[in-house]
Design a protein around this ligand. Sequence first.
Ligand code: GDP
Ligand code: MG
Length: 625
Amino acid sequence: MAGDDEGAVERMRSLASVRRAREREKEKRRGGAAEQARAAREVIIPDVITVQELSNRMAVRGVDIIKMLMRQGVMLKINDVIDSDTAELVATEFGNTVRRVSEADVEEGFLDAEDHDEAQETRAPVVTIMGHVDHGKTSLLDALRTTDVAAGEAGGITQHIGAYQVRLADGQRVTFLDTPGHAAFSAMRARGANITDIVVLVVAADDGVMPQTIEAIQHAKAAGVPIIVAVNKMDKDGADPTRVVNELLQHEIVVESLGGDTQIVEVSAKTRMGLDNLIENILVQAELLDLKANPERTAEGVVIEAKLDRGRGAVSTVLVKRGTLKRGDIVVAGSSYGRVRALLNERNEQLTEAGPSTPVEVLGLDSTPSPGEAFAVVENEARARELTEYRNRVKREKSAVGGVAGASLADMMAKLTAKKVSELPLVIKGDVQGSVEAIVGSLDKLGTDEVRARIILQGAGAISESDVQLAKGAGAPIIGFNVRASAQARALAEREGVEIRYYAIIYDLIDDIKGVMSGMLSPIQRETFLGNAKVLQAFDISKVGRVAGCRVTEGVVRRGAKVRIVRDNIVVLELGTLQTLKRFKDEVAEVTNGMECGMAFAGFQDIREGDEIECFTVEEVARTL
Ligand code: GDP
Ligand code: MG
């Protein structure tokens, strides 16, 4: 819009501004005037920058930059990207000084180098509980919560913040992470957030090793995290811990009694049997791992979950990995930043600081970061803005569906073939950002080049009227994971015929969507060969049309079956139908190898002596993902 077609007023104005710019430049050469203090800024220029962004940084109108470049013979639009040399030229032309930074430079120093050994202190282990659905993960987490010394009294663990720390009588501590599922664990790991020190694998004693148990083992092994097996539900009649041990053996989990190195503990989340023993084992394992961190430095860690709270704004639960996070610190997490306004622990206590292995809720960020993203304290707000602006820009550039320029061939291919893809539009709302991301990640993996889920909207929080509106517009059902629709939203959905489906288990959700997407796959045409025949003679019969006298040379030919007709090795009819099949004067259903018969084909009158007839059936086979 800017640049090409503007009125006279605009032209005059920009001429004036060019003149102003010239004057500023002259003034600068002269050694500066009062005016200059305002005009000359240090403009930070990265490897590439859009004209728009450059104009923001110089506080000059984009159109002026475009005109200036035009005079240099470069035609650009406001959203075009220019390289740092061009940007520097522009910036100095407008009388600014320039600081060039490389993209990588911006990230430089965000996360610090390793700490020296001397500065390290022992830290609490971070434990993730995994296992098959209904084997008692939640029950065990709840039971362990009350092993806390202050449990039951005021100040016990009161809040659900996605992670909590249990304080033991001897002063030791254990941090438990409440990840919404194995997929979430992997999603975090994929972001490089290996925050779990120990995995407690819950296996129900009356059910044994199940698919998600195996999955959990794979996740833990892939992450290189030691496993402690908790055989749960020992109070139940059918409890058979020996069976669990044997089944684990098949998945290369060898317990200590069999000469392996995996600890196994029999527990009951219900009767609280064995909980102390489990904690004991966790502490032993932690000691073996020799977990250390330096508390005497600026804090770094990982975002566990984040949500938008109506009253409190962005609320992020983070785990401090090293250093000490303090109220008032300026924190960057992903592309969010802010000054820490409050720190809250799982007891709803206000903290002034949080050291290594401590999970805390952080208030004060400007938006919700994604789970698994690293956070770090930075020196000042300018640095925070620089980082987050850069990260946002990278995000935008990645998601930009721009012109052909700069697009890779792969992108273009994807765009071209995209038209054939059937898409299942979905609106996904979940209780926390972490589960939503895990769901979206799993759905992404389901997609093929023929069908895929298209997420219209994803987010944490209850299903609102605007979600329903959006879903209606896109013809998408709404998937609610551990969230419900508001009464108004429910009423609207009913009125508008928008389906809302609720789930509490990610796997059920994925399974259902997989079923729907499988149904969207076009079925395969499966061809089954029946037989071959050769045309001995072809003749016309009034009323019937052209008829072929044939001999079956292989298999059988069947009336109603499909035929392919080949002449001199060239297919002359690809998919015909054997409409009439006769033996002597009689219509027959089938003629077998070696016998002669008469054939006529629906809509095909060009049959000739010597043609080969291939007879086959076609069935449609539904496919699954
Ligand atoms: P999750 O899906 O792994 O989180 O499993 P839950 O903690 O939700 O537990 C599933 C079911 O098993 C619930 O009905 C629990 O009450 C029950 N349960 C969990 N632990 C025990 C236990 O130790 N003994 C008995 N008898 N039931 C248990
Ligand atoms: Mg559960």
